[in-house]
Design a protein around this ligand. Structure first.
Ligand SMILES: Cc1cc2nc3c(=O)[nH]c(=O)nc-3n(C[C@H](O)[C@H](O)[C@H](O)COP(=O)(O)O)c2cc1C
Length: 191
């Protein structure tokens, strides 16, 4: 049997009091229940990347910042990534863009899934992230977890993750199925 895929779950916002922790609380049991993949949570807070400050793009020249070197090395362990993202001013948070800018090989030809949360489920941030991912040779998958509208307001107001509702499960299953499909396809193609 083929080895299980290993998926990195990136917690993308870093500010104090972030909602991202609640999003992870809801999402982690869903991915943990899957028997066809392994995962690890990658919290951008833990990697403390500086604002991009390299002489060349990582696609052209290896990064020199020790924090970025550790980040790229970590990314190389994974077969795909799921980004938990908010929407800041109609796009993705700068912390996530910076984390993408700071690597290349670690992203290359791997699937990208998303869990977007916010008033409109971070829809604009997710679409922008998908376009950025294409420049890394990634495959943004169709399925997506989206927590928006009244769901997001209720969660912000303290509704426990366990009560967010099973209507979020089907899209999440689709996203995870897509990650497995494209992750295995990419792995097989790479040989
Ligand atoms: C700088 C900033 C900009 C924001 N811009 C948007 C936005 O454009 N659209 C939106 O739906 N929510 C916006 N919000 C509200 C966020 O959806 C909400 O604060 C969410 O909790 C942010 O995720 P975080 O708590 O993990 O940082 C913004 C929040 C911040 C802090």
């Amino acid at each position: 049997m083929a080895a299980k895929l290993k998926i990195g779950v990136i917690v993308g916002t870093t500010r104090q009091g972030r909602f991202a922790d609640k999003a992870l609380e809801w999402f982690e049991p869903k991915i943990a229940a899957r028997e066809d993949l392994d995962y690890e949570v990658l919290d951008l807070r833990d990697f403390a990347l500086p604002m991009f400050d390299e002489a060349a793009p990582p696609a052209a020249k290896p990064v020199t910042s020790p924090a970025a070197q550790a980040w790229e090395k970590k990314l190389l362990e994974f077969d795909g990534f799921i980004v938990l993202t908010a929407e800041y001013n109609h796009s993705l948070p700068a912390s996530i863009k910076n984390a993408f800018d700071y690597a290349f090989k670690g992203w290359y030809r791997k699937p990208l899934g998303t869990m977007g949360y916010g008033g409109v489920g971070a829809a604009r941030a997710v679409e922008h992230l998908r376009m950025i991912a294409i420049n890394f040779g990634m495959v943004p998958v169709r399925g997506a977890t989206t927590i928006g509208g009244a769901d997001f307001v209720a969660a912000m107001q303290g509704k426990p993750a366990s009560e967010w509702g099973d209507h979020l499960d089907a899209p999440t299953t689709e996203m995870l199925d897509d990650m497995v499909f494209w992750g295995n396809a990419a792995k097989a193609a790479k040989g």
